[in-house]
Design a protein around this ligand. Structure first.
Ligand code: URA
Length: 225
């Protein structure tokens, strides 16, 4: 079996990239970012497809890189592919995906149009269990490469897991939402995961507030430029 380093070597992903592949925190990842992307979309897609950096590669059907506009201003980040996503190779295609599309539509956005959707993990954890820290660390270079390539204006983190792992905190989602954070210099807004909202209708009103905060933040950024 090829290791990730073997795959990176074959794809010409150089040592600068490897230096930043196990950052201690998102902030140190930023500090060690090279000025130009080391991955192209093609090498990134191939690296994810062939990745064996964590044990999830043994049970997944396929790596799920992401979907949408590669020049999007809006980057939506969920947790990990579920069963439908693992089968179809696209994030958020199940019931939670339908709700996500409706949430986006409520603020005038459409999947694929100025929006890119991905997950912290590119491989499905079996039985939809929570991602393990070593799996998050193994996948982090791919998410950082996506951010580097897309250069989004705003990140929307969906759910506790995405929010906590991006912001490197244990703080509860109820405390993380309602304000604008930064990830790699990109404003980041936290909201509830659509799968959670399907089970917890009362929090839909709070999610709507979060979406309005995201839209206001985006509007203020784009009116400045
Ligand atoms: N939940 C996620 O977090 N991501 C998906 O792609 C699907 C469900």
């Amino acid at each position: 079996m090829l290791s990730r380093d073997d795959v990176f070597n074959e794809l010409g992903i150089g040592p600068v990239w490897r230096l930043r592949e196990t950052p201690a925190s998102p902030i140190s990842a930023l500090d060690s970012r090279p000025s130009a992307p080391t991955f192209t979309w093609d090498t990134l897609a191939e690296a994810v497809a062939r990745c064996t950096a964590c044990k999830l590669s043994a049970t997944r059907t396929q790596g799920v890189l992401g979907v949408g506009d590669r020049n999007a201003d809006w980057l939506i980040i969920g947790e990990a592919p579920g069963a439908d996503e693992d089968r179809l190779g696209e994030p958020f295609v199940g019931q939670a995906g339908k709700l996500l599309d409706a949430m986006l539509a409520s603020i005038g956005l459409t999947r694929g149009d100025n929006v890119y959707i991905t997950n912290v993990l590119k491989s499905r954890p079996p039985g939809n269990r929570n991602p393990a820290p070593d799996e998050v660390a193994a996948c982090r270079p791919y998410l950082l490469a996506q951010i580097e390539l897309i250069q989004p204006k705003l990140i929307l983190a969906l759910g506790r897991f995405a929010a906590q792992s991006l912001l490197d905190t244990d703080e509860a989602i109820g405390r993380l939402r309602g304000r604008v954070h930064q990830f790699q210099g990109v404003p980041l807004v936290v909201t509830y995961h659509p799968a959670y909202l399907l089970r917890t209708l009362p929090d839909k009103a709070r999610a709507w507030e979060d979406l309005c905060l995201a839209r206001r933040t985006y509007a203020s950024l784009t009116s400045e430029s």
